[in-house]
Design a protein around this ligand. Structure first.
Ligand code: F6P
Length: 386
């Protein structure tokens, strides 16, 4: 049996672990593995060469510890999914037929696609064409398919945020400054929320919770008045500023990406609070580097499980993590809903209980909520002691 693997879209820590798990499990069954280079582009013929290689356990042993991907990747290229006016998704027909030809010519009996939302949509279209595809979700943003508790890459990114803020805090403290730290996450606030909780940020601004600048400023001033030396504000790249999404334009191709809110927000907050403020964009440091142990283990589990599912001919599915179990859902289900932070969830309430400010309540509102919560607790205590 010959099976293929590729990864597409932005890289993330843990992809190499998936590849290692996949190759190792396949070879134990006596199968061979072809790895395609630079995403789906590897499926297209190139004059005078090829864009794939045979992957063996010798080549992939211990790559679980490396960031990036040994196969290379791209988040641009020929496999862009077009959606028409009635919501029908498609890929250029000629591109699709070239990809199918490669798969048939190589005698591939399965293709694993490691990817985020966009790549899973391409995988879904290949599967709809009758190709034996299995999808493996990856992204540092953790915003994929509500069915999966975590995607690998996320914990590594949060570790970078947490460690960076620990460093930023010492210099902020020394200078009695406010630091605004911009983090990735696309349109979700998972990285900001987990990074903010783990590093004891004062303010966390995320796309899922609408905030008012006046509320943020009022809370910051109160902390300063209480004698706090440094203020840490974590802002997700997809959070809005006065209702506006902040983007940067790529000079080469004119494409727009989220980013820039850290800079803008720091200037506004400095002016409104009178506190000397600096900003720091953590950017691609969150995506690069060594995967943390959780992401290595999850990546390996996904790689091995993909092979098990292929053995059962369980195609058109996406792997997901549910609790401690690796399971599958259809790719359709996996791409149906992105995963956003739920504003009334346990994790958000925990952050609120810790005193993290989301900017959706004024100081007076926070104080009255606190009083009510204390009254409810002491009432409960009285009842139980009676
Ligand atoms: O991987 C997801 C993501 O990191 C987003 O959070 C971010 O906006 C984007 O990718 C950046 O992608 P690029 O590599 O094109 O700059």
């Amino acid at each position: 049996m010959i099976i293929g693997i590729l990864n597409s879209g932005g890289d993330c820590p843990g992809i190499n672990a998936v590849i290692e798990g996949y190759v190792s499990a396949a070879y134990r069954r006596g199968w061979r593995v072809i790895g395609f280079h630079d995403g789906f582009e590897g499926l297209l013929p190139v004059a005078g060469g090829r864009r794939y290689e045979i992957l063996t356990p010798n080549k992939t042993h211990k790559i679980r510890a490396y960031g990036g991907t040994i196969l290379g990747t791209t988040n641009t290229g020929n496999f862009k999914v077009h959606v028409n006016k009635v919501g029908r998704a498609s890929i250029d027909r000629e591109i699709m037929s070239k990809a199918k030809k490669t798969i048939t010519a190589l005698g591939l009996q399965a293709l694993a696609v490691i990817g985020g939302g966009g790549s899973a949509k391409t995988a879904q279209l290949l599967s709809a064409e009758g190709l034996p595809v299995i999808s493996i979700p990856k992204t540092i943003n953790n915003d994929l398919c509500a069915a999966s508790d975590y995607t690998f890459g996320f914990q590594s990114a949060v570790s970078v945020v947490s460690e960076s803020i620990d460093r930023i805090r010492t210099t902020a403290n020394a200078h009695q400054r406010m630091m605004v730290v911009e983090v990735m996450g696309d349109h979700s606030g998972w990285i900001a929320l987990h990074g903010g909780i783990s590093s004891a940020a004062d303010v966390v601004l995320i796309p899922e919770i609408e905030y008012k600048l006046e509320n943020v400023v009022e809370c910051i001033k109160m902390r300063k008045a209480a004698g706090q030396r440094e203020i840490i504000v974590v802002v997700a790249e997809g959070a809005r500023l006065n209702g506006e999404l902040i983007t940067v334009r790529n000079r080469e191709n004119g494409e727009e990406r989220l980013g820039g809110i850290g800079n803008r927000l720091s200037r506004i907050l400095e002016e409104m609070t009178g506190i000397e403020t600096r900003y720091c964009v953590l950017g691609h440091t969150q995506r690069g580097g060594t995967p943390c142990p959780f992401d290595r283990v999850l990546g390996i589990r996904f790689g091995v499980e993909a092979v098990n599912r292929i053995a059962e001919k369980d195609f058109g599915k996406s792997l997901v993590l549910r609790g401690h179990k690796v399971d599958t859902v259809t790719i359709d289900e996996a791409v149906a809903h992105p995963r956003f932070v739920e504003p009334t969830s346990h994790i958000v309430n925990t952050a609120r209980d810790l005193g993290i400010i989301f900017g959706d309540r004024s100081v007076a509102e926070l104080q009255s909520e606190h009083k009510k919560a204390c009254a409810a607790k002491s009432c409960k205590k009285k009842k139980t002691t009676k």
